[in-house]
Design a binder for this molecule. Structure first.
Ligand code: F6P
Length: 359
């Protein structure tokens, strides 16, 4: 058997742990493994294939990033192609990709990715390629799995940042608005905001009213609390409004969100007159060493993907349904986003703690 591994979409802490576990589990079966560099891009010309054996994956469990490189663009189903008239149109290169797999004599693919990469994996499977998916993203927005690896690390990083902002916010009697990642789901903002005792948490699932946000800040003023921490998910939406996009996902690229933190801060300054600062935590949330939880989950995912191949079960995603890992058909994942349920116990906990969700 020759197995290929690809890491698509944005990187997430734990990718290297999945690669290591998959390579060593495959070696245990006497199988060969190759890595595809930068998502699927390395396969089109065959130049981005790297042999992976026990030596290549030594000492990488604790390393952030991915030894294979990642790519947030270059979706093979929506590949941007420049036309003679200067226009860019999207073309489907799925068959080309399958031909490349055959040319390289690859028997099975482990596709480690978020919803976008898993949708591509599902399409490759429908077109005859034996694929097993592994859910990855700091955003935790993949359906069918309790959590993705990378999420716990991102939440820890965000929580630590919020803890640090508390002290400076209090010294200066300021409002600190912190914009966190998560795309159209509020998991990172919710979990870190509650853990770090934010005063306001704004998530895409609960459209906010800036007046309610300011009410919370004023109420704290009256109680002698002259500072506030406002956590805003990058996909948060004002009531009746929409998420702020820096760029739409044209020509095979993902939408880029960002800017809502600044908008919220302006709203607070205008209405309360409070000195307010904004921090966009950005890609710090994607970096660094995976937490113990993410490492273990990622190692389990990598070895479970190889077990699925050994069982001849393809077209599935490995999912975490505590305490077990399960297999879920890829077509149940494609095109879906796991949002924070409004009846979530975590949101209820926040409300009992007196945190405002801006509603
Ligand atoms: O999906 C992971 C993620 O970090 C999102 O939270 C964020 O919106 C996006 O990727 C940022 O992408 P890029 O690395 O292309 O800026």
């Amino acid at each position: 058997m020759k197995i290929a591994i690809s890491t698509g979409g944005g990187d997430a802490p734990g990718l290297n742990a999945v690669i290591r576990a998959a390579v060593l589990s495959a070696a245990d079966h006497g199988w060969q493994t190759v890595g595809i560099r930068h998502g699927f891009q390395g396969l089109f010309d065959g130049k981005g294939l790297v042999p992976l054996g026990p030596n290549e994956v030594r000492g990488i469990t604790h390393l952030g990033g991915t030894i294979l490189g990642a790519a947030n663009k270059g979706n093979p189903l929506r590949w941007p192609k420049l036309q003679p008239d200067g226009r860019v149109v999207e073309v489907d290169r799925c068959y080309e990709l399958i031909a490349a797999f055959q040319r390289e004599r690859i028997d099975a693919l482990i596709s480690i990715g978020g919803e976008g990469s898993l949708t591509i994996a599902g399409e490759l499977w429908r077109n005859g390629l034996p694929v097993v998916g592994v859910p990855k993203t700091i955003d935790n927005d993949v359906v069918g799995t309790e959590t993705t690896f990378g999420f716990d690390t991102a939440v820890s990083t965000a929580t630590e940042a919020l803890d640090k902002l508390h002290t400076t916010a209090e010294s200066h009697d300021r409002v600190m608005v912190v914009e966190l990642m998560g795309r159209y789901a509020g998991w990172i903002a919710l979990h870190s905001g509650i853990s770090a005792t934010a005063d306001v948490i704004l998530i895409p699932e609960i459209p906010f009213d800036i007046e309610r946000v300011c009410e919370k800040i004023r109420e704290r003023e009256h109680r002698g609390r002259h500072f506030s921490i406002v956590v805003v998910a990058e996909g948060a939406v004002p009531r009746g409004g929409s998420a702020i996009l820096r760029a739409t996902g044209a020509a095979g690229e993902m939408d880029r969100l960002g800017g809502i933190g600044e908008l919220v801060a302006r709203g607070i300054i205008e209405r309360t007159g409070k000195e307010t600062r904004t921090l966009v935590l950005g890609h710090l949330q994607r970096g660094g060493s995976p937490t113990t939880f993410d490492r273990l989950l990622a190692l389990r995912f990598g070895s479970a993907a190889v077990r699925s191949i050994a069982d001849g079960e393809y077209g599935v995603m490995i999912a975490y349904n505590p305490p077990n890992l399960t297999r879920l058909p890829l077509d149940q994942v494609a095109g879906k986003t796991k949002l924070v349920p409004l009846d979530s116990g975590v949101i209820l906990t926040g409300r009992h703690l007196g945190i405002s969700f801006g509603d």
